[in-house]
Design a protein around this ligand. Structure first.
Ligand code: GLC
Length: 735
């Protein structure tokens, strides 16, 4: 629709109709569930602007048709949903996708996800989640595409916006992306969900803002405000954040939506005395859509009528929502490109499953491989043990639209690959004791489940597992987190593998057989005990629909693992938050010195560092060179290093470039990722890998909060992770 016509439409709208466009509800069936509690009038029901988490072309068509028949100006609904790591075909959880360090893997996972969701009628996807995360106690680290690093966050934020939106969001296979959670939700104190965030503006700009900014610069159509406060003011009513930073500085012109009932929650935060004040503060701060609260529905009209909210402010929000609908082509075609026939053809197609299998295997991180126990040698009799050995709950907590039928388990795939006669299966244990599961359920007001003879069952599981393991040549142990322990509202004060699983591992180690442990989890865990008792350790996260196939592709050697961690793994829960790009402090840890920054009871460094991951190949780094020891504005320098695959196995390696600013007008991190290259190597192949270093890479938010590079000495580090690096120096003299 032409802009003039859209403007005419806006001017035809009544106040009620305008307010309606700024309301999002979870269904137009107001007789049940959370929508019922909103107690919306039937008139308002057919003014609302968008629907949350209703999917499927037939259902969406039906709702849209009924809605349009009752909407005076025929303004179509927007359908928005959480397609976090896949729709019907489920891909690895976002933190896993980031561990591929391969923008093409992230692109392919994202593209297929939105093709399936758009075919099923979704117009806006509540993704990418680009929150920078450092504290693994927070259950939502599983959603972070960039992990603990702002550079990775930027790279993958851009990749995902491009995959979701393409060049035109109204075209087949594209939709609008909603970047979340703005802002700095990943920094909740204590890793406790929905908690306070309080940091300096410099910290915010240096670490947390870049990924959102990258997504906006790439054209993201929507931003979702986060539940947390930012320096004392909830993001959802924070004018500094939403007007000054987001609109004025970053130039964002798209739609701002609150997170679920976040506007109303400003009352609980204690910054709004009632719903009317919450409505006033949110609309004045710049929140366009009120997701699932009735604050705008019940108070926005009167605020405008009383002159407290200028109608201009209301019109600006409504205009942004209408503009998004117009960009999606919904006025001409309210049903988008979705229809049953297309949906059936594309959802979980063979092609999509193949893409899932290939991308998934690149997200795994090989953490240990003692004496090259992997890949598995042929003709082994394998004991496949553990609660994840024959389990389809491997999709992660945001897979509510998945098709769980025909998800293969490790046991099914292994038997199909090496023959049932060579697989000795035993569950070995549950993931958690019933008491632990009940703690989770009771905390959510769900009736706990009593398990009869739990002790006896545990002993029986253990006995069977030991019996089976005794008959085998090698043990594959599949353990991890319960899927209800990871995701939103899943913060944990202890991130060890459960005792019941550790006990199973302990019993198996008594048999003196090789143990390959496969980890299914959504966050970095405390792995010291598991690692010490395993000969090989493969981190597979929650790998999605093709997880079992991809895991067997790797452990049987068809695929050489190439993933690298995007979050540091802690020595202990008490070490959280831990991240590689930390400051040095005035007393950095030195061994055997008492008065330094350290813990008495654990080592200071992480258990596994950012960027860490092994391969079946053997990569050797040598001969780091720098083209000059002086960098100038118009004269970048080149760093090169020789990387050799000193093995007979072809593989991919992620060569990482870090820089340290040795002295700044404020403290600077000991390392910052500034580039990486994922390269394929034939057996015995050697390559010279080069990186260009520019002044831009040296810029930071200085003591005056200016984004500038400062003269001085810098260190360059290049290597396979953030710890094992070769280094050299250069100087920047700011002319
Ligand atoms: C949730 C989440 C957000 C999600 C939204 C809609 O509370 O915080 O990530 O997109 O509600 O489901």
């Amino acid at each position: 629709m032409k802009k003039e016509k859209l403007l005419k439409l806006l001017n035809q709208m009544t106040l009620e109709e305008k307010v309606g466009q700024l309301i999002q509800i979870a269904d137009i069936d107001t007789t049940t569930g959370p929508v019922k509690k909103l107690n919306l009038s039937s008139e308002m029901l057919f003014h609302v602007g968008s629907i949350l988490n209703v999917v499927g072309s037939e259902k969406i068509r039906k709702i849209q048709k009924e809605y349009l028949s009752r909407n005076r100006l025929k303004i179509p609904l927007l359908f928005m949903a959480d397609i976090i790591n896949g729709y019907r075909t489920v891909f690895p959880i976002p933190i896993a996708q980031g561990c591929s360090w391969n923008p093409k893997v992230v692109y392919d996972c994202t593209k297929v996800s939105i093709q399936e969701a758009e075919a099923a009628g979704t117009n806006v996807n509540f993704s990418p989640m680009v929150d920078l995360v450092r504290d693994s106690r927070w259950g939502r680290v599983m959603e972070s595409i960039g992990g603990e690093d702002p550079y990775l966050g930027k790279v993958f934020a851009k990749t995902m916006i491009e995959a979701y939106q393409g060049k035109d969001i109204s075209k087949l296979g594209n939709a609008a992306a909603c970047v979340k959670h703005f802002a700095a939700y990943g920094a909740v104190e204590g890793g406790r969900d929905y908690n306070t965030v309080d940091m300096s503006e410099r910290e915010f700009r240096q670490y947390y803002l870049p990924a959102y900014q990258a997504a906006i610069e790439k054209g993201a159509e929507m931003i979702m405000t986060s539940f947390n406060t930012i320096n004392g003011i909830p993001a959802t009513v924070n004018s500094w954040l939403l007007r000054k930073v987001l609109r004025e500085e970053l130039g964002f012109q798209g739609v701002v939506i609150s997170d679920y009932s976040a506007i109303e929650e400003t009352i609980a935060h204690g910054v709004s005395k009632d719903k009317k004040e919450a409505a006033y503060k949110a609309i004045m701060a710049g929140v366009d859509i009120d997701m699932m609260s009735n604050v705008y529905a019940n108070h926005l009209k009167e605020l405008v009528e009383e002159g407290k909210v200028p109608e201009r402010i209301l019109d600006e929000s409504v205009w942004r929502v209408l503009t998004l609908k117009n960009k999606l082509g919904l006025f001409e075609n309210p049903y988008g490109n979705s229809n049953k026939e297309r949906e059936m053809k594309i959802l979980k197609s063979k092609k999509n499953l193949q893409i899932a299998r290939e991308t998934t295997s690149e997200t795994f991180v090989l953490l240990k491989n003692e004496k090259e126990v992997l890949p598995l040698k042929k003709n082994n009799k394998i004991a496949l043990i553990g609660p994840y050995a024959d389990n389809i709950a491997i999709l992660g907590s945001w897979s509510m639209f998945s098709d769980k039928s025909k998800i293969l388990t490790l046991k099914e795939v292994l038997e199909s690959r090496i023959g049932c006669e060579n697989v000795l299966y035993a569950k070995g244990s549950e993931i958690l004791k019933q008491k632990e599961i009940n703690e989770i359920l009771e905390a959510e007001g769900i009736d706990s489940i009593q398990m009869e003879n739990e002790e006896a069952k545990e002993k029986e599981y253990l006995k069977e597992a030991v019996e089976k393991a005794k008959q085998a040549d090698i043990i594959i142990l599949a353990i991890g987190e319960h899927y209800r322990q990871s995701g939103e509202a899943c913060s944990r004060a202890n991130i060890e593998i459960s005792e019941i699983q550790r006990n199973l591992l302990k019993e198996l180690t008594k048999l003196n057989k090789k143990i390959i442990t496969i980890l299914f989890n959504g966050r970095p865990l405390v792995l010291k005990e598991v690692e010490e008792k395993s000969d090989a350790l493969l981190e597979v996260w929650f790998p999605g629909t093709e997880g079992a196939n991809a895991i067997l592709d790797v452990i049987l050697g068809d695929v050489n693992p190439s993933g690298k961690l995007t979050m540091s793994f802690p020595q202990a829960t008490g070490q959280c938050p831990i991240y590689y790009n930390h400051y040095n402090t005035g007393r950095p840890h030195i061994n055997n010195v008492r008065y330094v920054s350290r813990y008495q009871d654990i080592p200071t460094e992480s258990y596994y560092p950012f960027g860490y991951g092994l391969s079946y190949s053997k990569f050797e780094y040598s001969d780091l060179k720098i083209s000059s020891n002086h960098i100038k504005e118009d004269l970048p320098i080149t760093v090169s290093i020789s990387v050799k695959n000193n093995s007979k196995i072809a593989g991919k390696e992620v060569i990482q470039l870090y820089i340290q600013d040795l002295v700044g007008s404020c403290v600077r991190p000991v390392k910052e990722l500034k580039g990486f290259k994922k390269e394929y190597f034939e057996p015995w192949e050697e390559k010279e890998i080069t990186f260009q270093i520019t002044i831009d890479m040296l810029k930071f938010w200085n003591e005056k909060l200016e984004y500038k590079a400062e003269s001085g000495e810098f260190k360059v580090f290049v290597g396979p992770n953030s710890k094992d690096t070769k280094e050299c120096r250069f100087e920047f003299i700011n002319s």
